[in-house]
Design a protein around this ligand. Structure first.
Ligand SMILES: Nc1ncnc2c1ncn2[C@@H]1O[C@H](COP(=O)(O)OP(=O)(O)OP(=O)(O)O)[C@@H](O)[C@H]1O
Ligand SMILES: [Mg+2]
Length: 204
């Protein structure tokens, strides 16, 4: 798909530091006078924020395919309404989570078929794949400690679920090292940021 902008996604476990680092990168990009937007998946649109609320707070059991399609519904809206228009306007798009989250959580951790998820994702995103993905890798225990007691529906999953998510992410990075760059997210906020900037400077 033709586009002029540059699409960067931030991936990794809950508490790995994605949002913290996006905010720091935002300051850098402002000083560089880059034209960019920051958005998040799920919840990057008005409709999507309603879907996000269901996904993070619904207190009943959500069937795995229902969960998958809620994420994909959110993404379909998000790509059409926000991400593609920005990229077509030559902007840089920084997105907090995207397809690799779906693969890691609904695929590797929940056990849905990876190839089926990829096909469905390509359908709803018109095959829009990030130009660059930063994967914040961290030991599950350290990430959980950072989050503390304020856990949402997915963060409340058992430890072995989060181990599968971590393994899934690293496996995805191994399969696509060109796009997915692994960052050691266990370091201090500044040391993690230095890794981020080093990679960003190579691409931007
Ligand atoms: N490198 C770091 N060292 C120590 N604490 C950190 C580090 N990075 C972030 N934190 C803290 O850990 C908590 C989680 O960070 P943050 O919200 O950025 O993670 P996240 O990846 O966006 O999580 P989520 O997926 O739940 O949104 C915050 O309180 C943040 O201040
Ligand atoms: Mg966050």
């Amino acid at each position: 798909m033709k586009k002029d902008g540059f699409f960067i996604t931030f991936e990794g476990a809950d508490g790995s530091g994605k949002t913290t680092q996006i905010k720091m990168l935002e300051e850098y990009l402002v000083t560089q006078k880059k034209d960019f937007i920051i958005t998040r998946d799920p919840g990057g649109t008005k409709l999507g924020s309603k879907l996000r609320e269901i996904l993070l707070t619904y207190d009943g059991k959500i069937a795995p395919f229902c969960e998958l399609f809620l994420y994909l519904a959110d993404r379909a809206q998000h790509v059409d309404e926000v991400i593609m228009p920005a990229l077509n306007n030559g902007k840089m798009v920084l997105c907090d989570r995207y397809i690799d989250s779906t693969l890691a959580y609904q695929g590797y951790a929940r056990g849905l078929n990876i190839d089926e998820i990829i096909n469905l994702n390509n359908l709803v995103t018109h095959s829009l794949i990030p130009d660059l993905t930063l994967l914040f890798d961290i030991e599950t225990g350290i990430a959980m400690k950072r989050i503390g007691d304020k856990k949402d529906r997915l963060e409340s999953e058992a430890a072995h679920f989060h181990e599968k998510v971590r393994f899934g992410y690293l496996d995805l990075a191994k399969k696509d090292p060109q796009r997915i760059k692994v960052i050691d997210a266990s370091m201090s906020i500044d040391d993690v940021y230095n890794q981020v900037i080093e990679i960003i400077k190579q691409f931007v």
